[in-house]
Each structure stands twice: as C-alpha cells, then as structure tokens.
Ligand binder design. Structure first.
Ligand code: FMN
Length: 161
C-alpha cells in the first residue's frame, strides 16, 4: 500500500478481536515511531504498558473495545511553556507514526484521551512533569468503520501576501 492509501485507510478502531498482537512487532513500531520530529532532540515520549490490574481501575465504558494491548503515552514537560507544547506536538507525531506503522501490518489503534483527570493521571502513575497524551488501545480490528468525512482542504488553506 502506498503512503497516501495507508494514511487515508487508517481509522480509529473501537472494536478489537481478542487475538494478541506480537510484542516484538509492537516494539518495532514503537522504535519506528521514535523517528518522529522533536525539537532539540528532547525525545519527550514515554510509554507505559498497562497491565490488567491497572486497566481494571480505569473503568473504561467499553474496556477499550476489548483491545488486547493498552499503553499510556506520556510527554515530558520542557523548560518553558513553549517547550512543553513543542514536546506534546512531537509526542503526537510519535503516536501517529505508531498508528500508521501498526496499520500497515493490519493492526488498529484506538487513541483515547480517557478524560485526562488528576484521578486518571494518578491511576497511571503519571509524574507531575509529564502530560498524558492518551491511552492507545492496540489490536486486530473486529470492525473497520467507514471514513469520517473531512472538510475539503481548500477550505483550510490561506495564502498570505
Ligand atoms: C488527542 C486525541 C484524543 C482522542 N480521544 C478520543 C477519545 O477519548 N475517544 C474516542 O472515541 N476517540 C478519541 N480520539 C479519536 C478521534 O475521535 C478520531 O480520530 C476521530 O473521530 C476521527 O476518526 P478517524 O481517526 O477514524 O479518522 C482522539 C484523538 C486524538 C487525536
């Protein structure tokens, strides 16, 4: 599949098969994801694999679509507000790299913000100097939804003088 088709075919998956995803493959996708652009090479991302005990405490309404693998993705704060924002942008690039690498092998992801509250941060042991960018559920899709239409890109473009 070429890159455009890969990007356009990806979906946020909400129902997964229970089949395990090979951890070696997940590590390969994470390793590729880490090639994300990041200002000053801060590499701000951290990945916490969420075990069954912690998962239970999250009390998610669909149990993350029964995905077999769950990871929290954190982004380290910078020395200033701008650096913290840049780090979060880099970590979002990291997540999308991961999503696309997994998708290229038929594995789907569900990016959930899980309502990022202090309580959720505590359950996931997120240190004070990290943002919680979300929880990624990873697994083989049970169902692939139709694409959600996007605004024509021409409507999003401005030309500055
Ligand atoms: C930062 C972020 C947080 C998200 N949190 C949630 C969420 O909590 N629940 C959810 O159903 N989808 C969540 N999504 C996924 C979006 O809802 C989804 O990408 C959007 O509906 C478009 O669907 P698509 O990715 O299949 O094209 C999140 C996406 C991002 C980027």
């Amino acid at each position: 599949m070429n890159m455009i088709d890969l990007i356009k075919s990806r979906r946020n998956i909400k129902n997964f098969k229970t089949d395990q995803v090979d951890e070696t493959m997940i590590k390969i996708w994470l390793d590729a994801a880490a090639m994300a652009p990041n200002h000053r090479m801060t590499e701000p991302w951290e990945i916490y694999f969420i075990g069954p005990e912690t998962r239970g405490t999250l009390n998610h309404k669909t149990n993350f679509g029964n995905a077999p693998t769950l990871m929290a993705v954190l982004s380290k704060h910078g020395a200033s507000k701008v650096e913290t924002e840049e780090n979060a942008a880099a970590t979002a690039c990291f997540i999308q790299n991961f999503n696309l690498a997994a998708w290229s092998e038929g594995v789907g992801t569900f990016w959930s913000s899980i309502g990022i509250t202090e309580q959720k941060r505590a359950l996931l042991n997120v240190p004070d100097n990290y943002d919680l960018l979300g929880v990624l559920a990873v697994g083989y899709p049970e169902m692939i939804p139709d694409p959600k239409p996007r605004t024509p890109i021409e409507n999003k473009i401005k030309y500055l003088p």
